[in-house]
Design a protein around this ligand. Sequence first.
Ligand code: SF4
Length: 81
Amino acid sequence: MHIDTMTPGTLAWQTQALCAQTGADFFFPEPGSSVREAKRICGMCEMRPACLDYALANDERFGVWGGLSEKERLHLRRTGD
Ligand code: SF4
């Protein structure tokens, strides 16, 4: 779970988030290290669409959200695809 970025009004989907059970380390890898494991977990997470929406809406810059790395989200925002 992305505890660092959570606000007091925790969103409902975050209580269902698979990463809440695995810990945040996977989701905030060191620069240049693999995000493959985080993406694998996101791939099994039912909250993925809500999570990605949240990250895009809140301009989350760091870590893996909704199965996408920060670079991939930037690309998505720029191109819309
Ligand atoms: S999609 Fe990934 S980052 Fe988002 S809640 Fe699920 S496991 Fe966590």
